[in-house]
Design a binder for this molecule. Sequence first.
Ligand code: HEC
Ligand code: HEC
Length: 209
Amino acid sequence: MKCILALAAMLTALGAVAAESPPKADLAKAQNIVNQTCAACHGSDGNSQIAVNPKLAGQIPEYIYKQLTNFKAETGKKAERDNAVMAGMVAGLSTEDMHGLAAYFAGQTAKPGAAKSKELVALGQRIYRGGIASEGVAACASCHGPNGAGMPSQYPRLSGQHAEYIAAQLKAFRSGARANDASASMRGVAGRLSDREIEAVADYIAGLR
Ligand code: HEC
Ligand code: HEC
């Protein structure tokens, strides 16, 4: 009896969660926006072919949504993530559009990438898996997952991302040019990495799957 009561309570709780969740994302509308606007740089399936434009396929949806809102500047304020290109892209998007786009790209299948530097990849792997103890750098795997798949909802997927894009973001966190990471978690990590270490870990991530 106790057991049945507990089950009933659980089902009620689940029902309450379902009732509060946002309306279903409008994927058809998202697909339209992607084809008209985003595909040119990110690819229609989110597998960007150009190294400065991040791949979005298979990315954690909450992370995509957060970035889209961060690119948007409120009147009189700087955007939390300052990027001239993306600021223009999000200016006309509604909250619903952003949820739809996040769901659309999250639902695409990411194509794997490859590491390029034989010489640096071992160093990159060491940093990714174990961090750098002497510098107080935490293992990337502890937040982004052992295979770089990310962890819902706050830690983005990294595996297979363009090395050039990863390196650029690490340098932006290091200099503080990108400062939209909650609790400065990435600024703390990147601030202790040398150029060579950034290059190595970015190359390793590009080949992660
Ligand atoms: C002209 C090229 C271009 C177009 C078009 C474009 N983007 Fe981007 N996007 C970029 C670049 C470049 C960046 C990286 C910005 C940076 O370096 O911080 C980016 C970053 C992003 C990010 C952050 C990804 C991450 O891993 O942090 C998201 C999400 C995104 N774009 C979504 C979109 C969506 C949705 C559209 C269509 C409405 C779009 N973009 C259109 C160039 C573009
Ligand atoms: C304490 C947790 C934590 C650790 C450890 C960590 N990260 Fe992150 N990382 C984050 C969070 C949180 C974000 C998302 C920030 C935001 O909201 O924009 C992020 C974002 C990133 C991004 C930007 C992704 C994109 O698509 O723009 C890169 C690149 C990155 N991390 C690389 C690394 C690397 C390399 C390491 C190891 C040297 C590492 N991270 C260690 C928490 C962590």
